[in-house]
Each structure stands twice: as structure tokens, then as C-alpha cells.
Design a protein around this ligand. Sequence first.
Ligand SMILES: [Zn+2]
Length: 348
Amino acid sequence: MRIGILLISLVFMSCLHSCAQNGQPKLPSLQISDSMKLTEEQWKEKLTPEQYYILREKGTEKPFSGKFVFTKDKGTYTCGGCGEPLFTDDMKFDSHCGWPSFDREIAGGKIIQTEDNSYGMRRTEITCAKCGGHLGHIFDDGPTETGKRYCVNSGSLAFEPEKSNTSTPLLQTIVLAGGCFWCIEAVFEELSGVSGVESGYANGNTEKPTYKQVCTGNTGYAEAVQITYDTSLISLEELLEVFFAVHDPTTLNRQGADVGTQYRSGIFYKNEAQRRVVEKVIATLNKNKAFDNPIVTEVSPIKNFYKAENYHQEYYELNKQEPYCKMVIKPKMDKLHKIFADKLKTKK
Ligand SMILES: [Zn+2]
């Protein structure tokens, strides 16, 4: 791959475009948050006897006995031990197995999977990453497109109903910079729930910059994409999960062979709610050591965004046969199709 990138950057030196394939996230491992390292006595005080039996002693409630088996209310299911949001109501389905079942989890490495060979069975246990509380097991027999069934004890969960008077609009925008915008644009165009992606220049110091000016690295602008997404279909957490998987957020002002502030990794948010989500996702990735090095992604409020020249829009879609697209962008797209198959508009 490195040789490939070298070749590409030689061929395309003139436009300084290439995208590296570094920084693949690893699966999160269990690193219990310091505030959640309680003694067994403290846990007993904090939890009800039933919660303690399930969360701390890996117990299982009797089928059809839990309070969330049949619930369909709108809201968020949180960890009964620490309050971390784990599932939302739209991830829940009726599995007829006697325990609340979900086909997905809220993104961000909040749930850890480990092999469980107890009781002569081979199962995969699911545990809250923040407090280490036992939740249940995960199986590969889910009926929805994810194929997963998170089989969770009601007693390990709490529920926060959705506030009816939500002030968050359904359609939101956020600006993401991850090096070469041709690649980032192509990736987000394919995500379900994303209604628009524009390549452009973000958070610079001049007005109406041109591609040529931005390429000098002296304008303060980052090559970026403005993404419009429907929050009822895709969450900011999910967008960021994809974003961090398709670029390297650990190299300052650089993506592979592309060097300069215009190639910096950046998230430019529009409101406080977005900022909180972004910081939480980054903290979780750092805590779980998802990358070998700390994340250096700039997190700033959006100052300005100028749409790039027309020939930069949908560059990959219109130039798939070009060697650059074939050799540099296509591997990223293949990765997207493989890892995030369930999040795509059309199944690959
Ligand atoms: Zn927890």
C-alpha cells in the first residue's frame, strides 16, 4: 500500500492529492472508567439486589420476567450501572426469546464483546465498557439486516423516555475535514440518512478562496465536506464512526503524502449539542486506544465554508476510471462497503 501511495503521489504531484490508508481502528477493549471503579460494597449500595445479581454477578433474569421485554416507548436504554446510553428504541425488536432484544448498539465502543464459555456453551458476552457491568449476550441470529441479536437483561438497563418537545431539527449539517475531499465526499455520499454532501473549504482567513489558493497551505482553509443528514435516520455518532474509520486522525496537518494545514483532520460543528457528541466520541476512541497514537483532530465551531469549484463535486462518481480514483479512493470505498454495509443507501 505504501508503495502504491508513493507511486500515486509521484503521478499526481501536480495536484498534491493522495489519501493514506493508515489508522485503522481496533476493537475496543474493556477499560473501566476511573469513576466506575467501585468496591463490591459500594456497588451493593448503589444497585438493587436484582441489578447487582445481573450486572456484577453476571446473573440472568428469568425469561419474560423483565420490565423491558415488551416495551416500545420512544427513548434511550442506558446502562443500569452507570447510566451510559447503550440502545435506542428503534434498535429494539420483538425476538420472542423472553429478553429485550436489539439489533444494533449506539456507536462509540460503549459495549464490549468477550468470549464466554460458561455452562458448557460457547457464547459472546456483552458488557458495558464504562462500568464493566454484565448486560447479556450477543447472537448472530438477528432477523434484521444487521443479523445481530443483542439479548439483554431488563435488569441491567434503565430507560430514559424521549422528550416530546425536542428542539433539535431533524435535518442538521456538520463540516468534516479528513484530507483529500474527493475521498471524504465519496464516502459520505453513500451513507443512508445523508441527504447532501458538498466539497469545499472550511475555517480559513480569506473570502471566497480558490482551490489554487487553498493548495498553498497559507489560507487557513481545510479541504472539507459539508454533510446534511437526517437525525432520525443517522446519528452524528454514526457519521463520526465512519469518519474516523476512513482517514487518519492522528497525524497533524497531514494525510499520508498530503502535507499542509489544508489537509488537517477537523470537525467543525454548528452547535453545542454537536460539540458535546464530538468530544465524547473522541474521548471514547482515545480511552479505548482505537488508534496507536492520540487523536489530533481539530474540533472547532464552523467559521466559514465555501463550496469548492464544480469540478471537485462528485469527483469520484464522475472519474471512477482515473488511476487516482481506482488506486487511492477505491480502497477506501471498499473498506466502507465492508465495515459499514448496514449503513449504506444501496447494499453492495
Ligand atoms: Zn455501565
